[in-house]
Ligand binder design. Structure first.
Ligand SMILES: Nc1ncnc2c1ncn2[C@@H]1O[C@H](COP(=O)(O)OP(=O)(O)OP(=O)(O)O)[C@@H](O)[C@H]1O
Ligand SMILES: [Mg+2]
Length: 250
């Protein structure tokens, strides 16, 4: 579904991606592990054209997207939903308006149809529309905001969802709810997902494929069993939460 071929990216003179090769398979959940500041968010921002590679190729369904214009990127962004690390709701809009926003931007729906879809997406993420629609983001807990963010991501019925730390800062019950949502969307709708998470236990519940980013390259990939049994020392250190030496703090 998405392919990275030798993607490099530097910020200033700091190389962050040094030749990333990665395949995201259709209908599967791919987890990307890596230390903080290692470039995980940088990778998924390239998937929706928020960043352009210095070198290398990125394909979506076989078609290059690393060198396309803003108009073409708009079409890609309808198909690839992005749940931002920060949640990124619009504070000045109530919850209903937040979920409606991408539909107003990209679709021509009647008010009735728009209302129905807002309620449908909020219900999907386990929120009661009649209760939350008129509330503002500041009135919600972090977990509820994450769910609203997901409802907004689902609004355009994307083919792919990119989750950047969807469970960070959430209690275990809410984290597990998000993990179950990721699995249900795959199982019931065939969703393709990319998951970045430091929550190793939740990630191993959600993922089909795993990739380890280390010093700007993908150093190991595999399904759960193969990845957990990987002879790669970085993988073993990471999944068993052992210190990986100075690189853990750069
Ligand atoms: N637009 C930018 N301009 C300059 N530097 C950037 C930019 N985006 C990211 N960086 C730097 O690139 C590095 C990788 O950042 P990135 O956000 O991809 O890491 P990450 O793996 O997602 O980390 P975390 O787990 O903390 O979210 C960081 O050092 C960051 O400061
Ligand atoms: Mg990040």
């Amino acid at each position: 579904m998405i392919q990275f071929e030798n993607v490099t990216k530097s910020f200033g003179n700091r190389p962050i991606l040094r030749g990333v090769n990665l395949t995201i398979e259709k209908g599967k959940t791919t987890v990307i592990f890596g230390v903080s500041g290692g470039g995980k968010s940088t990778i998924i921002k390239h998937m929706v054209g928020l960043l352009k590679p210095d070198r290398g190729i990125i394909r979506y369904q076989g078609r290059r997207i690393d060198n396309i214009n803003e108009q073409e990127l708009r079409e890609i962004r309808k198909k690839i939903g992005f749940l931002f690390q920060s949640g990124a709701l619009f504070d000045s809009m109530n919850i209903g308006e937040n979920v409606a926003f991408p539909m107003r931007e990209h679709q021509k729906l009647t008010p009735k149809e728009l209302n129905r879809k807002i309620d449908e997406k909020l219900t999907m993420v386990g929120l009661e529309p009649s209760v939350v629609r008129s509330l503002y983001p500041e009135e919600l807990s972090g977990g509820m905001r994450k769910r609203v963010g997901l409802a907004r991501t689902l609004a355009l019925e994307p083919e792919v969802i990119l989750y950047d730390e969807p469970t960070s800062g959430l209690d275990p019950v809410t984290s597990d709810f998000i993990t179950q949502m990721i699995c249900r969307l795959r199982d019931e709708m065939g969703m393709t997902s990319v998951l970045i998470s430091h929550d190793i236990a939740e990630s191993f519940k959600a993922g089909d494929h795993y990739a380890m980013l280390f010093e700007g390259v993908i150093v190991a990939t595999g399904d759960k069993a193969a990845f957990q049994a990987s002879p790669n020392e970085v993988v073993q250190q990471f999944i068993h939460a052992r210190s990986v030496g100075p690189i853990a703090f750069h």
